[in-house]
Design a protein around this ligand. Structure first.
Ligand code: NAD
Ligand code: UFG
Length: 338
């Protein structure tokens, strides 16, 4: 059987997908430039699965790096996860985001064309929808009102892939729009390891729980939601990984797009309460004004993926937090920096 190439496979989501693929007896090749990934994550994936993967320290902006991999390995499918993902950083460094997320994607597709590899899963994001007037959000909701360069680069990459698939009918491309991935593999050996001070809710709360940060700032306590705080659709990382396996199984010529979410929203206060209950630690928090560009609530209609991919998220919020806490409490410093 041909191998699967994961770009960005040393990162948070990619390492969990590598694990799920190895568990399924697929051969995995990872390319990552390690700007935000860890070799230790991949070593632990090998320990957990008892299987080896192939790693290349390379950059998706380099045709030579990619061509080399396609020459050395018989790749059947690519899961394209490499990219930059910080909303705030994208506002101060838009050029880096366009280079990595847009130019990098064009470069990858060029290299795939030379290697005659025609099957691709693309990591997109619920951010392409922009703020929506109502929830749940389904795949027919309008896109385009992105509120930051990160979101815009994801949307441009989606448009490019859709138009490319229309022009080259042998291409089979699926874009997966993730809602809010959290949690860790249940071994507690791999998980999310953000650089510096986290900007996302869960990694921030866990740093408060382990005592690295003093308190959480709750951005907005006056939203029109039941307790006034923002509501999001948090999805367990292993459910997200399972969604990629189903998307691979169901890849067909053309361009398709699916939401990967649970369909259920939780507020910031509900998350704080759940982390306190599971960790036994108090989470100090202070109210702050709303964060610019944030929606009051955002949760998915995941029924298209259920119908067409036979996938649905199975793990509850308590499991997401318990698995993440196992990782953060065992490895409060994350991976040892290489
Ligand atoms: P991550 O930063 O942990 O992983 C991305 C990986 O890509 C890192 O290991 C990084 O070193 C690598 N990388 C970055 N630029 C590269 C380049 N030019 N060449 C090679 N490797 C490069 O992020 P993640 O959370 O695992 O996200 C993976 C993908 O999913 C990203 O495309 C992200 O935009 C998308 N996504 C993430 C979320 C989320 O909340 N985590 C939500 C929606 C979409
Ligand atoms: N929040 C706080 N305090 C914090 C961080 C977040 O109160 O310190 C609140 C936010 O206001 C929001 C909720 O917690 O109501 C979730 O915020 P996150 O930053 O964790 O997640 P977002 O939904 O804002 O955005 C994330 C990623 C985006 C991605 C989107 C959908 O950051 O890149 O999910 O996948 F596009």
């Amino acid at each position: 059987m041909k191998k699967v190439l994961i770009t960005g496979g040393a990162g948070y989501i990619g390492s969990h997908i590598a694990l799920a693929l190895l568990d399924r007896d697929r051969e995995v090749v990872v390319v990552d430039n390690l700007v935000n990934g860890s070799l230790q994550a991949l070593a632990r994936v090998e320990t957990i699965t008892g299987k080896k993967l192939f790693f290349y320290h390379g950059d998706i902006r380099s045709a030579a790096d990619l061509d080399n991999i396609f020459r050395r390995h018989h790749i059947g499918e690519v899961i394209h996860m490499a990219g930059l993902k910080s909303v705030s950083e994208s506002i101060s460094r838009p050029d880096d985001y366009y280079q990595n997320n847009v130019v990098g994607t064009l470069n990858l597709l060029d290299s795939m064309r030379r290697a005659r590899v025609r099957r691709l899963i693309f990591s997109s994001s619920a951010t392409v929808y922009g703020p929506q007037p109502c929830c749940p959000v389904d795949e027919s909701c309008p896109t385009g009102a992105t509120t930051n360069p990160y979101g815009t680069t994801k949307l441009i990459a989606e448009h490019y892939l859709r138009e490319l698939a229309a022009a080259e009918p042998q291409l089979a491309i699926t874009a997966l729009r993730y809602f809010n991935p959290i949690g860790a593999h249940e071994s507690g050996l791999i998980g999310e390891d953000p650089c510096g001070i986290p900007t996302n809710l869960l990694p921030y709360i866990f740093q408060v729980a382990i005592g690295k940060l003093e308190h959480l700032c709750v951005y907005g306590t006056d939203y029109p939601t039941p307790d006034g705080t923002g509501v999001r659709d948090y999805i367990h990382i292993m459910d997200l990984a399972a969604g990629h396996l189903k998307a691979l199984d169901n890849l067909q010529p053309g361009f398709r797009v699916y939401n990967l979410g649970t369909g259920k929203g939780y507020s910031v206060m509900e998350i704080i309460n759940a982390v306190e209950k599971i960790s036994g630690r108090q989470i100090k928090w202070q109210p702050r004004k709303r964060r610019k560009g944030d929606a009051a609530e955002c949760y998915a209609d995941p029924s298209l993926a259920q119908r067409e991919l036979s996938w649905q998220a199975e793990r509850c919020l308590e499991k997401m937090i318990a698995d993440a806490w196992r990782w953060h409490s065992a490895y409060p410093q994350g991976y040892v920096k290489e």
